[in-house]
Write a protein that binds this ligand. Structure first.
Ligand code: FEO
Length: 163
């Protein structure tokens, strides 16, 4: 059985992951509008992945006999200054998610909740990948700058990386 504090934090994390999904969907829409189908596709895939992250915790709460509480999901920006802005925000966002995961893991340790620690271990590892992906693509976007033929190329490359 989950302790109250852990249950509340898990429900918060479900909300945070759904918010992440929303963040990526908003970015995908912006990329579509800028004729960047590769980046839009990447973001849309990430939208699906974030929903899977949310559902993994959702299922765990139910398996543990806990109550799932779905709170409102915060809105996301409709516009960005540039492609670089999108990826800077992506990296910043993933770092914030990592901090939430670490906080939840630390709470599970404090409460001696071994099952939740085991679950959160998966997220700790996943966040290393999430930050690496965002950081790698941000570096590539910075490298090409505003050169449109390079942006065209990188858009195709990023899109293909998640087909
Ligand atoms: Fe679910 Fe991108 O972290």
């Amino acid at each position: 059985m989950l302790k109250k504090t852990v249950l509340a934090a898990l429900n918060e994390q479900v909300n945070a992951e759904l918010h992440s999904a929303y963040v990526y969907l908003g970015m995908s829409a912006w990329c579509e509008g800028k004729n960047l189908p590769g980046f839009a596709g990447w973001m849309r895939k990430q939208f699906e992945e974030e929903q899977a992250h949310a559902l993994k915790i959702y299922d765990y709460v139910l398996d543990q006999g806990g109550e799932v509480v779905l709170k409102p999901i915060a809105g996301v920006p409709a516009a960005y200054k540039s492609l670089q802005d999108v990826w800077e925000r992506t990296l910043k966002h993933e770092r914030q998610v990592t901090a939430l995961i670490h906080k939840l893991y630390a709470l599970a340790q404090k409460e001696q909740d071994f099952a939740t620690q085991a679950l959160m271990q998966w997220y700790v590892t996943e966040q290393v990948e999430e930050e690496k992906n965002a950081s790698d693509i941000l570096q590539q976007v910075k490298m090409v700058g505003t050169n449109s033929s390079s942006i065209f190329f990188i858009d195709r490359h990023v899109g293909k990386s998640r087909e």
